[in-house]
Design a protein around this ligand. Structure first.
Ligand SMILES: [Zn+2]
Length: 310
């Protein structure tokens, strides 16, 4: 599952490629799971919107949209027909694009709406030419005024697409790269859960997942099972710095390519080569040579050194 550094890498890649482009029309598949907002609402918000910005919030990719109304239409298709077209889906279902044939112009408005994409486990955003073969498990196709398409593909369907109106999207929790140390320490005060669970709790800190929690705890010398409340102020300060360090290093290396993660350009990240503890069960600790241990906390594998981490 992509965590903060992978989502950051993907968002930056998309920002480079689609910022300023206008979404002309939207096709959404028949599968219900990927649509967190109703299909009609997603289509209404996206169509005729300009992508003003693409950024990461927690593990979400947020597209900030300006409504440009119905005025920036490209030339009519040569055959004079409406741009409606049939798109064949893998399971044989057929849907039509929601594009209107340039009907009555809507008033231009700045609605500051947002399109929010959560990639789940296997979600992928693809920028491609319309001729590119439509991959199996494609759930959304956005036709862009630049002539390209932005597609959402997700075989396992844990990813989610939604839209937010002017109130703005609330990703919950605080950004680990923006929070200050005092606020960070405060997050864990009085919590009886293991520190590892607290780090994974997206309502506290957003975007830190299994890999980066393990790596940060190792660098800070804290065992994943330690009660969050029992961690001293000094150790919390160390953990705060470790998280910042690990996330920044991982972003610089384009994230960790575990399972099938690739960025917006289809390239792998390289931070997995820097993992010091994650996935190293039974191997010698890089600091003291003691065999790395693995325990399961809240259903997730946690790796730690029994000597270096207290
Ligand atoms: Zn060790």
């Amino acid at each position: 599952m992509p965590e903060l550094p992978e989502v950051e890498t993907i968002a930056r890649g998309l920002a480079k490629r689609v910022t300023g482009d206008v979404i002309e029309s939207v096709w959404l598949g028949q599968k219900k799971e990927p649509l967190k907002s109703p299909a009609a609402e997603i289509a209404a918000v996206l169509e005729h919107s300009r992508i003003a910005e693409v950024r990461r919030m927690g593990k979400h990719i947020v597209f900030d949209l300006d409504n440009v109304g119905n005025v920036q239409r490209g030339p009519s298709p040569a055959n004079g027909r409406s741009p409606k077209r049939k798109v064949k889906q893998s399971k044989g279902t057929v849907s039509t694009l929601h594009a209107e044939a340039g009907g009555g112009a809507r008033p231009t408005q700045t609605n500051n709406a947002q399109w929010i994409v959560h990639l789940g486990m296997t979600g992928r955003l693809q920028v491609c030419d319309p001729q590119t073969e439509i991959a199996k498990h494609t759930h959304a196709i956005l036709k862009l005024s630049s002539g390209r398409e932005l597609r959402f593909v997700d075989p396992r369907r844990f990813g989610r697409l939604s839209v937010a109106s002017s109130a703005g999207f609330d990703a919950g929790g605080v950004e680990p790269l923006e929070v200050d140390v005092d606020r960070f320490v405060e997050l864990f005060r009085g919590r009886k859960t293991p520190i590892k669970s607290a780090l994974l709790n997206q309502k506290l800190l957003r975007g830190v997942g299994n890999i980066y929690a393990d790596e940060s705890l190792f660098r800070a010398g804290i065992r994943p099972r330690r009660r969050a409340a029992s961690i001293t102020r000094e150790q919390s300060g160390k953990l705060y710095l470790s998280i910042q360090e690990v996330l920044k290093e991982a972003i610089a290396l384009g994230g960790s390519s575990v399972s099938d993660y690739v960025n917006a350009e289809g390239e792998e990240g390289f931070f997995q080569l820097q993992h010091r503890i994650y996935g190293r069960e039974g191997e010698p600790c890089l600091v003291c040579k003691a065999p790395v241990k693995r325990v399961v906390i809240a259903g997730r594998s946690s790796h730690y050194c029994p000597k270096c981490q207290k």
